[in-house]
Design a protein around this ligand. Structure first.
Ligand SMILES: O=C1C[C@@H](O)[C@H](O)[C@@H](O)C1=O
Ligand SMILES: [Co+2]
Length: 298
């Protein structure tokens, strides 16, 4: 089988699940048609997406695919059994829309959606909580497999699994057969100031990728001012590849060298009133074509 990388772009540039009022005027048809105009093969499911049958029809009309969808787990707060039930329903939906991954992020004690300093007030799990989380993720991973999906864990600013050290701990204590990693360039750069180390170290566990660029001057400002996660992205912390300080050529080459197969999803949350979503999607596409695809085919 030919090795394949699929390129997607997330709805988050048009509408934001963390702040649903942002971009609420952007409809599903608008989003999906913009994705076609910008030349991407698919997207992830946003909180405002309709039931599977309706969504599949809209996707088919545009020849688009679904990569996956975010799932906020509360394994530590609610227990493995309760989360397993809602995760199975989530996977059921993902299977119906022919997705390949279920994106999981543990949200117990998360400050990603509240007005706390995201640079200094992240939560830390106790040893018992780590044990419960990893055991729970192994269970969820098995559920995902039953639906022919891969569970990919999303390390995230403002959560208990944010830093390189925390990613190492999670991967060391979960089953590599069923728990995989979602590598998000923007989150690890903002957290640790480095994005190559976990990529090189955990390349074999990475089964889904988010390409998010970072505006360094905005990052310094937000850190200095002690901004929350939401305030930071509304101020323009994130942008599309090529518009910030991350060198995606190095990242992409590493993925190619490792014969990575799967999705690379552009994910740049910004205020759509400030950063026109289609304009930024086209910028991302141009950067990919000129700096990643052209160069790697030479
Ligand atoms: O994958 C993601 C999903 C969003 O809801 C999240 O806040 C964002 O930062 C992200 O990386
Ligand atoms: Co992400």
């Amino acid at each position: 089988m030919e090795r394949e990388i699929l390129w997607g772009i997330a709805p988050i540039g048009w509408r934001n699940d963390d702040v649903p009022e942002i971009g609420a005027e952007n409809t599903l048809s608008h989003l999906l048609s913009d994705i076609v105009v910008a030349g991407f093969q698919g997207t992830e499911v946003g909180g405002f997406f309709p039931e599977a049958k309706v969504l599949n029809r809209e996707l088919e009309l545009r020849n688009l695919k679904i990569a996956g969808q975010w799932f906020s787990s509360y394994i530590i707060r609610d227990g493995i059994e309760e989360v397993s039930q809602s995760f199975a329903e989530h996977c059921e939906f993902l299977k119906e829309v022919h997705a390949s991954v279920a994106v999981v992020s543990e949200q117990t004690y998360s400050i990603q959606s509240v007005e706390k300093n995201v640079f200094s007030e992240k939560p830390h799990f106790s040893d018992e909580e780590w044990e419960k989380l990893c055991r729970g993720l192994n269970e969820l991973g098995k559920i995902a497999e039953r639906y022919e999906l891969k569970l990919v864990y999303h390390h995230h600013m403002g959560t208990g699994v944010q830093t390189e050290e925390e990613v190492d701990r999670l991967l060391a204590n979960t089953d590599p057969k069923v728990v995989h990693l979602l590598y998000d360039t923007g989150h690890i750069y903002v957290s640790d100031g480095n994005y190559m180390t976990i990529l090189n170290k955990h390349i074999d566990r990475i089964k889904h990728v988010h390409f998010k660029d970072v505006r360094k001057d905005v990052l310094d400002q937000c850190r200095n001012d002690g901004r929350s996660f939401i305030q930071s992205f509304l101020q323009g912390l994130f942008t599309v590849p090529g518009d910030g300080c991350i060198d995606f050529t190095k990242v992409y080459q590493t993925l190619l060298d490792a014969r990575y197969e799967g999705w690379i999803v552009i994910e740049a949350e910004q205020d759509p009133k400030v950063a026109h979503p289609l304009e930024y999607a086209l910028m991302a596409r141009k950067y990919i074509d000129e700096n990643l695809l052209l160069v790697s085919s030479k």
